[in-house]
Design a protein around this ligand. Structure first.
Ligand SMILES: [Zn+2]
Length: 188
């Protein structure tokens, strides 16, 4: 599972930028698909179903933000994590990226291509964390009541202790989605 080969779609109208990132991602074991702008990026995302999209912002025909918007609208591509590469590093773009659900926003010159790959990989591999819930914690007690669980955090089906399952949304932002689950009945 850890050796899964990820497919990345790099969308950038700059030949140099694309070539640099293509090299680094390939060295880290990624399959690389390239697109020259948002329109081509959207086509290739639908056709190739990459694990991750890495896009520039300003591009002909369709920019990075519109690309993210289009990907989000399509059920098939809405869950593909999108990372943004900013050549200008404008603060308004960073804010817009956050609001648009961009996973991470990199500024050229502030971070090396190699570090970009490491951070994208960490997010992709972040996966799940299972944490035990402290029963005596006051909010945990309240949670048991709110969920209508009669016997604390024991699984209603098998009686095993349930855990809080955190699924990574973004490791750099320390952002997760959480689900209370039974490690035996619910798997991961
Ligand atoms: Zn169970």
């Amino acid at each position: 599972m850890d050796n899964k080969k990820y497919k990345i779609l790099i969308v950038d109208d700059g030949d140099d930028a694309r070539t640099i990132y293509k090299d680094v991602f390939e060295k880290e074991g990624f399959d690389v698909v390239e697109a020259l702008d948002g329109v081509e990026g959207l086509e290739k995302a639908i056709k190739e179903m990459p694990d991750v999209v890495f896009t520039g912002i300003i591009m002909p025909r369709m920019d990075g933000f519109s690309l993210k918007e289009e990907l989000s609208k399509n059920v098939a591509t809405s869950n593909i994590p999108v990372f943004m590469n900013s050549h200008m590093g404008r603060e308004e773009d960073r804010k817009k990226a956050q609001i648009s659900g961009i996973k991470d926003f990199f500024v050229v010159g502030m971070i090396t291509p190699k570090e970009v790959v490491v951070r994208i990989k960490a997010t992709l591999e972040g996966g799940n964390y299972m944490l035990k819930v402290n029963h005596s914690d006051s909010d945990a007690f309240r949670l048991v009541n709110d969920l209508g669980l009669g016997n604390g955090f024991s699984c209603p089906r098998c009686g095993n202790e349930m855990v809080l399952n955190l699924k990574t949304i973004s490791l750099p932002n320390k952002e997760f989605s959480a689900k209370l689950s039974c490690p035996i009945c619910d798997g991961k």
